[in-house]
Write a protein that binds this ligand. Structure first.
Ligand code: ATP
Ligand code: MG
Length: 439
């Protein structure tokens, strides 16, 4: 992409109404624009990041054997009357009425709808296990929308639902989700710690939230620092193996890690003092096992092996896809701007032409841009008539992992400079060595 033709409305001034760094940086980098309280447009750069996050979520869900689908944003109220949540949900639910005076709502989550789909099509235990998910916009009329996309009213969320024959199978689904979530966050360059949590309006007995440690997080968290050493890394997981998933879930939930809602000071104080940590955290996901809470009232049963109907055991699982864009920035930035982890970066490389209009430099930039693009490396070429300093500032602000600096002085000795955004380390190399260096 040539920056001269792109739509990147960066702000020079720091927006003062934005209280946290990720919100400020998303506005300054031209990623989002607020349209109403808690409702945002995703401008081209932000949209690319959102899509990259979504893609990782899809890939890891599909790897775990879960099926993507898409449910609508608007739902009929009667499904929610059946489960009893239409009244229970309260003012967070955005209720609308259509021209025929039918009550509708903008979905805050989809347990009812998925249960309805299930009961309409699945009849036998032979069709289980089944996990369906979608990534769709949600609306919750939050009392205090704030921090940009971190606590929006309209937000993008992955929500998945598992259907299993009995509790043991549903617990495997729970563990499988835990592992796939750990993998998902790691790919985004994040450490998200599973913490025992309270179940809230979704209900159920077993639930963990995934929290990214950050000073600006809304939750207070207590943990044993030993947990921060745990990583899945390059381990490959067989998601059909109950024992393997259970062992990983066990490993990652053994060190103490809880939010203030479930914190137990007596247990916490038994951890050696040096490892006892209190911090703030951003909730980027949550998994639930809730048994037959929806299947029973809504008649989601299958015929068991003995021919008798049994209500299915369910769980639900959510990842805050749009919140993650902010959470990643909270976890990865410096004074100059964002530092994108490779897999979510909107472009991998930025080319800075320090002497726009100089024929040799322009030609070298064009050649590099063409070569990187041909190699499938997403590149943003800053070809604007701007001072070099302004170009560097923009690149630092938008946080692409690599910057190629091209100027007449280097070209005279046959080199350009390649700089890593995170480490700041720079190396000189011949322009035609770039593709292999970055592949
Ligand atoms: P919170 O406690 O932050 O209000 P929640 O527990 O109500 O969130 P869940 O129902 O667990 O949210 O939704 C799954 C995920 O969706 C959350 O872990 C979070 O990452 C994201 N999410 C929830 N509410 C919002 C929101 N208002 N804006 C952006 N993301 C959200
Ligand atoms: Mg939650």
């Amino acid at each position: 992409m040539r920056l001269s033709r792109y739509f990147l409305p960066v702000l020079k001034e720091t927006p003062h109404d934005a209280q946290i760094v990720s919100h400020r940086l998303m506005l300054r980098a031209g990623m989002i624009k607020q349209q109403a309280a808690g409702i945002y447009s995703w401008l081209p750069l932000g949209f690319k990041v959102l899509k990259n996050i979504e893609k990782i979520v899809h890939e890891e869900q599909i790897r775990a054997g879960h099926h993507p689908m898409l449910m609508p944003t608007l739902q009929p109220a009667d499904l929610w009357q059946e489960s009893g949540r239409y009244d229970a949900y309260g003012p967070e639910m955005l209720r609308v009425r259509d021209r025929h005076d039918r009550d509708m709502l903008y979905g805050p989550t989809n347990e009812e709808m998925i249960t309805d789909i299930f009961r309409g099509h699945v009849t036998s235990y032979r069709d289980l296990p089944l996990t369906l998910y979608h990534i769709q916009w949600k609306f919750r009329d939050e009392i205090r929308p704030r921090f940009g996309v971190m606590r929006g009213r309209e937000f993008f969320m992955k929500d998945g639902y598992n259907f299993d024959l009995d509790k043991n199978a549903a617990i495997h689904a729970y563990n499988r989700h835990m592992v796939s979530y750990l993998k998902t966050y790691e790919r985004m360059g994040l450490q998200a710690i599973p913490m025992r949590a309270d179940s809230g309006p979704i209900g159920g007995d077993d639930t963990h939230e995934f929290l990214v440690l950050a000073d600006t997080g809304e939750s207070e968290v207590f943990y044993d620092s030993a947990i921060t050493d745990l990583k899945l890394g390059s381990r490959t997981v067989n998601y059909d193996d109950w024992d393997e998933c259970a062992a990983i879930a066990q490993e990652f939930t053994t060190p103490y890690a809880r939010t203030d809602e479930t914190h137990d000071a007596a247990v916490f104080n038994r951890i050696p003092e040096a490892r006892r940590k209190t911090s703030r955290g951003i909730e980027v996901g949550q998994i639930f096992y809730f048994g037959t809470k929806y299947s029973e009232p809504m008649g989601a049963t299958v015929q068991g092996a003995d021919g008798k109907p049994v209500p299915v055991h369910m769980g639900s699982h959510g990842i805050g896809v749009s919140r993650l864009a902010g959470a990643i920035i909270e976890a990865s930035h410096d004074d100059n701007g964002i530092i994108w982890p490779e897999e979510v970066a909107p472009f991998r490389v930025g080319i800075v032409n320090v002497k726009q209009g100089d024929p040799t430099t322009d030609t070298a930039c064009e050649d590099i841009y063409a070569a990187l693009t041909a190699a499938g490396i997403e590149t943003l070429y800053d070809d604007r008539e701007e001072r070099a300093g302004a170009k560097f500032a923009t690149m630092d602000l938008i946080g692409l992992p690599w910057r190629v600096t091209v100027g007449p002085r280097g070209l005279k000795s046959g080199v350009v400079e390649l700089t890593n955004r995170r480490s700041g380390e720079a190396e000189e190399l011949a322009p035609d060595a770039l593709v292999s260096r970055l592949s």
